[in-house]
Write a new protein. Structure first.
Length: 213
């Protein structure tokens, strides 16, 4: 073999070595994963630190009450919302039980007391021997999220998140009766401040200051 052929073979070998080394260097640059200075990443929590030293969590005060809204609730809007319930419930007097019980006289009716309906054991237990009634507060809580309010209930309805929807549908349910249940009493207005309600030294009542929002 002459020197020309040896030079060709040596050149080819060196070319292959150069290509392999170049690919290795480029790959290291592309897929390099530097180790971070700190493992993971910090999550900032608004209003407190991560060790419980901040403000206490807001207490669960239950669903927003519907009592203040019932006097002005929209019964027609409640009728539309009730369409979500009509596949499982009837509301007319003497109406048939379906997947759910008939809802005639439902407001203030004892829980789990509908004639001829087989209630779940969870709802029967919740009723405490029919001593618990479907008053406005219980209807409000149950309609917000049935499965959370009565754990184990067979009612598959997801619930109504908007307090206006709950007030409207309860106002409509209230019409399922010969004599609708009384609306809850309005909350009394706050007592006037003694200083503004007191009498002036000349015996005439002082003029109350204008209220400010």
């Amino acid at each position: 073999m002459d020197s020309f052929e040896l030079n060709k073979m040596a050149g080819a070998f060196l070319g292959v070595v150069f290509v392999v080394m170049s690919i290795s260097i480029v790959s290291d640059a592309i897929f390099d994963s530097p180790v971070p200075e700190k493992a993971g990443y910090a999550i900032e929590v608004e209003g407190g630190d991560t060790h419980g030293g901040g403000a206490e969590a807001k207490a669960d005060t239950g669903p927003e009450p519907i009592a203040p809204l019932l006097a002005s609730a929209d019964v027609d809007a409640g009728r539309k919302v009730f369409k979500k319930c009509a596949a499982c419930h009837t509301g007319d007097e003497g109406g048939a039980n379906k997947v759910g019980p008939n809802l005639w006289n439902i407001v203030n009716r004892p829980v789990a007391s509908g004639d001829g309906f087989n209630y779940s054991s969870s709802l029967s237990e919740f009723s405490s021997g029919n001593s618990v009634v479907w008053d406005y507060a219980h209807l409000n809580g149950f309609l917000l999220k049935p499965k959370a309010y009565v754990k184990g209930t067979s009612m598959g309805f997801a619930g109504l998140k908007k307090v206006e929807d709950r007030a409207n549908i309860v106002a409509y349910l209230r019409t399922f009766a010969s004599t609708p249940a009384a609306l809850p009493a309005a909350e009394a207005a706050p007592a006037a401040d003694d200083a503004s309600a007191g009498e002036a030294t000349d015996g005439h009542a002082e003029k109350p200051a204008a209220s400010q929002d």
